[in-house]
Design a binder for this molecule. Sequence first.
Ligand SMILES: C[S@@+](CC[C@H](N)C(=O)[O-])C[C@H]1O[C@@H](n2cnc3c(N)ncnc32)[C@H](O)[C@@H]1O
Length: 328
Amino acid sequence: MSKPKGSEQQAPHVPVLLAEVLEALQPLEGARILDGTFGAGGYSRALLEAGASVVALDRDPSVLPHAEALGAEFASRFKFVAGTFSNLDQLSDGPVDGVVLDIGVSSMQLDQAERGFSFMQEGPLDMRMSSEGESAADLVNGLEEADLANLLFAFGEERKSRRIAHSIVAARAAQPISTTTQLARLIEKSVGRKPGDAHPATRSFQALRIAVNGEFDQLVEGLFASERLLTEGGRLAVVTFHSLEDRIVKRFFDPEKGAPTQSRHLPQAVQEASRWTRAGKALKASSAETARNPRSRSATLRSGRRTAAPPRVLSYAGLGVPMSRGAA
Ligand SMILES: C[S@@+](CC[C@H](N)C(=O)[O-])C[C@H]1O[C@@H](n2cnc3c(N)ncnc32)[C@H](O)[C@@H]1O
């Protein structure tokens, strides 16, 4: 049996809100579940141990040893497919009873300095989960100043986005910005740092990571793909780590929340059949979990059950998705 490389030495990813995710998915013996964000396989393992069959996806090829270890243990009940969850309905072997998405980066990705996700460690300014396509360095060194500022504001809610973009453009004229700590120091110099506050580069790093990995597009497409794939009564559980993502999930489950207030001069909109029941309520980690695993502090779980209503056509309308990078 192949062992996950380095998993013994490196702190493994601790699954967040695991008990709550299992409660939401109810993985009965024989249930078919799709885990769209395999990571170190914490959710997949718990689902398999509960008797379900699991198809797991991840866009990061470095998770393969973890997948091989689960494959050796659970044989025909587990299958791993390398790919993104935006097209999970095409990567699944057929309809499923449950889908789980645990959005964002894993502890392994954050802890590997050479992946470039963390401003705390010196590494190349990369941030690509799949190691393909444009890197964070490409954006930081290539975007126009106004586009860079818009990106930092839209994806990181960085209020000092213009000042930061201006400093980046001035600095890169002398020399390309190629490392995480180089960018973090530049941002700190540009906007200052108050004692007790989060590092001033936190929001910019979030924004760049979201842009590099197309995370909002992935989320929206993954939610609609789940709507197409799940059987009637099937369950979708989504764990997010910041308010921009959570807003998208909340409005997806309950489109009324994102709908503009109706003008009384317009005819009443036809009430559409709901695609989801028991949906929308936000669950947070208990104080015991946050004490054990500080990463769980910012996690929110929302879940819902699929009705028999036909799936919707994918639409960004009303979901509150910050502008796409193309428009930045
Ligand atoms: C927070 S971790 C998941 C941890 C997992 N639940 C566990 O218990 O080990 C997120 C994982 O999802 C993967 N990921 C993020 N976005 C993805 C996408 N759009 N498609 C497929 N995998 C994605 C990342 O590469 C990462 O391995």
